[in-house]
Design a protein around this ligand. Structure first.
Ligand SMILES: NC(=O)c1ccc[n+]([C@@H]2O[C@H](COP(=O)([O-])OP(=O)(O)OC[C@H]3O[C@@H](n4cnc5c(N)ncnc54)[C@H](O)[C@@H]3O)[C@@H](O)[C@H]2O)c1
Length: 439
């Protein structure tokens, strides 16, 4: 193995290795672009013809990728995309960044990981490195990927290298991008770790932190996201209590934040969204049951976070009742923001979708705006968003579900009759503050 290792490391060091990226989504496309920018020839694999076509035409579809970077790399032939996995034969490394959702029973759905690994396994060759980047429960790399790849007859650690390296990208983050976020790498053997660490060191400007096994790397990623999930659950619970006690949770957090150590601010909201924080801890809960272990904090936090959309709608009803003498049934409600967080177009698991469901169930006459999402589909229903400036004067209540920074909050508050702000988006509004009611 050490000869294969030396060969691959030398190809990585002189950038003659050809790199593959499987799954060209929020994680995979930025990664493919960084690899190509570092000087490698990169092939991106995806099952969606549309994405492959867009990449090959130099058209970007991910917010964190610079349009001109992608167009230039494609034009120079450094980056291409395909749905044909036989090109795996031509690459020295493959990183897999496909979805890891939950099924309807909140159990891990590893079908994307399994299918993509099978596609790679058909064309695996000696000396190749495979890295899983999708977030998953500890054990996936060795228990799920390794046996599929070894069906080829090649042995992990002897004929090919296998590692897990979690992706930590935070879409929309202005400071930390794929290139400058430190990477953790855990291989099935020390040689696997060494090769994978060499790959990331050659591409990213940040530190690479090797750990002793894929399971450590898998668990550390779930720890990061569970930490966020539970702290958001805690602050949402505090927000519900503060609401009952008539205490402003946002001011409480600002005050707590002044402590220079031992406190880290988290903010409440209409629920928890995105493809990661609401889902990943449940990968761990599921795995924990194999060990007769119940992850109580994860379940409790899940309960609290899942209850937030209905809490928001209950409060909106109370506000309408108190200030407009109206029932929700038939009230004109303008909802601002469908994305799960500000300044991005991703609405996966967005709590705004649950808020919409509750509003519709209560008979609201709903108008929706999101500058990043002109139209969308949710539970087989098509929604077209409206221009808020055209409808706001007619609304009975405005509910802010996403704090996009492009909204003119001063104008919104001025023209709305009543504003229910679940994100503290209106904190800097100067006038008409009596119309604002916060979560
Ligand atoms: N989005 C994030 O902010 C983020 C951050 C950190 C980690 N992650 C993790 O990274 C992984 C990918 O997430 P994402 O947000 O990039 O998902 P995504 O849905 O944006 O992209 C996944 C891509 O994989 C493709 N795909 C699905 N099955 C495939 C197959 N069999 N072969 C090839 N391609 C296939 C899809 O067509 C899609 O383009 C998930 O495990 C997620 O938890 C995501």
């Amino acid at each position: 193995m050490s000869q294969l290792k030396d060969e691959l490391i030398s190809k990585l060091n002189n950038k003659t290795a050809k790199l593959g990226v499987v799954g060209l989504g929020y994680v995979g496309l930025p990664l493919a672009v960084e690899k190509a920018k570092a000087g490698y020839d990169v092939i991106g694999f995806d099952v969606q013809d549309k994405k492959v076509k867009m990449v090959n035409e130099g058209h970007n579809y991910i917010g964190d990728v610079v349009d001109t970077d992608l167009a230039k790399l494609v034009k120079e032939g450094k980056l291409k995309a395909t749905t044909d996995f036989s090109f795996v034969k031509d690459v020295d490394t493959v990183s897999i960044s496909v979805p890891t959702p939950l099924d309807v029973y909140k159990q891990p759905d590893l079908s994307y990981v399994v299918n993509s690994t099978k596609s790679v396994a058909k064309y695996i060759h000696r000396g190749m490195l495979i890295v899983l980047e999708s977030t998953t429960y500890p054990g996936t790399t060795e228990e799920v990927l390794k046996p599929i790849l070894e069906e080829s007859g090649l042995k992990c650690g002897k004929d090919f290298f296998l590692a897990f390296s979690p992706e930590r990208v935070d879409p929309g983050n202005k400071k930390y991008k794929t290139k400058n976020t430190p990477k953790v790498v855990g291989g099935c053997t020390p040689e696997c770790t060494e090769v994978a660490a060499t790959l990331y060191r050659s591409v990213l400007q940040n530190d690479v932190f090797p750990v002793s096994s894929p399971a450590i790397a898998e668990m550390e990623k779930i720890l990061e996201n569970t930490f966020r999930n539970i702290n958001i659950g805690l602050i949402n619970e505090m927000a519900v209590l503060c609401n009952r006690m008539n205490i402003d949770i946002w001011e409480v957090i600002e005050a707590a934040k002044t402590k220079p150590y031992g406190f880290m601010p988290f903010y409440p909201g209409p629920g928890l969204g995105g493809h990661c924080i609401p889902l990943d801890p449940f990968y761990l809960s599921w795995k924990a049951k194999e060990y007769d272990f119940h992850t109580k904090l994860i379940e409790a936090s899940g309960d609290i976070n899942d209850s937030m959309p209905s809490f928001v709608v209950d409060n909106a009803m109370k506000l309408l009742n108190k200030y407009e003498k109206k029932a929700m049934n038939g009230a004109k409600v303008l909802l601002l923001g469908v994305a799960y967080k500000n300044d991005i177009d991703d609405m996966r698991e967005s709590p705004a979708l649950k808020v919409i469901e509750h509003l519709e169930a209560n008979g609201a006459d709903l108008m929706i705006n999101d500058p990043f999402i002109p139209k969308f589909k949710h539970k087989d229903k098509e929604y077209n968003t409206v221009d808020w400036k055209e409808v706001i004067d007619d609304s009975d209540i405005v509910i802010i579900t996403t704090n996009h920074s492009c909204y003119d909050y001063e104008e919104i508050v001025k023209r709305a009759k009543l504003v229910y702000d679940t994100r503290n988006a209106t904190k800097d509004v100067k006038n008409n503050r009596n119309k604002i009611h916060k979560l």
